[in-house]
Design a protein around this ligand. Sequence first.
Ligand code: ZN
Length: 362
Amino acid sequence: MYHNSKNVPFYAYGFGYISHTPAILKKFKVDETSYSVFVIDSFFKNKDEILKSLSFESQDIVLFLDANADEITTDLVDVFTNHVLKQKKILPSVVVGMGGGSALDMAKAISNLLTNGGKAEDYQGWDLVKKPGVPKVGIPTLSGTGAEATRTCVMMNLKKNLKLGMNSEHTIYDQIILDPELTKTVPRDQYFYTGMDTYIHCLESLAGRHRHPIGDSFSRESMVLCQEVFLSEDMMSDDARGNMMVASYLGGCAIANSYVGLVHPFSAGLSVVLGTHHCLANCIVLNALEEFYPTEFKEFQAMVKKQKINIPSGICKDLSPDQLERLFLSTIIHEKPLSNALGPNFKDILTKEKVISIFKRM
Ligand code: ZN
């Protein structure tokens, strides 16, 4: 058994680069019957200026995804894929995902399903995707999740109560377009929380026991960029948004070779039991983990203060014993990251009382 890593083969970076999308998509066209499928965050539905720069052609299929409404389910992936298959006799030449992590992940999943057949849930797991998908192009419009660079697409399977992606080398984008102009209109809080996903992932992996020299290098550089962004006067200046887009990409590259630590398991608990959004939940958790990450905790506090961001507190103060029990169970189940952070005997440290006392600090 050996570990092999793959990154996105082509990336185009620059302010205003979205205008090069038509030229980039042309590379994938075979003949005049070729068409593209676009999966776009519904935030852009009435942003005519941006949509115009994508230069849709009459045969293209454009799908909007309401990322605010729900997380991606395996059923929704099937619905989107079947919509494409019903409309056309041939497969698209390219699938384009444009938006935050959800739209990017949805496009990856559709691309894999179109060539591999079956249902989305058949591919939840590691290396179950057998054939390359339809070529895919990703255009992130929010920085931090790293979805533009990772080899998975997170999907919730409601029947099996299973949150797991199609973890495969075929899930990686063939081309991404990084245009920091696109993150200009993101609300400040959301920009901060999402950017922190990268920072937190990198601090967790650098503090962990499982190490990889290339993963570590990606993580270190990504953290330096996050520090520059969030300790600067304006985290949303042009420079800062450019740096943040690079940090997100590098953080995503790091994920292939690294494990998270304590923040993500606790954050998953908040998401499962209280429905807290992933990126916000991470920030709430880091705020309560000073004893495990003292240096990063201090730096995080400085960033929150500098950018005048509100991190909710007191969210676990009035929970029922049943809810606290579920928080404990949905945290402690994440054995890999927890043993990465604390070693194989992590349960000696993270007793039920300890876990609940940490949640009560949030
Ligand atoms: Zn994360």
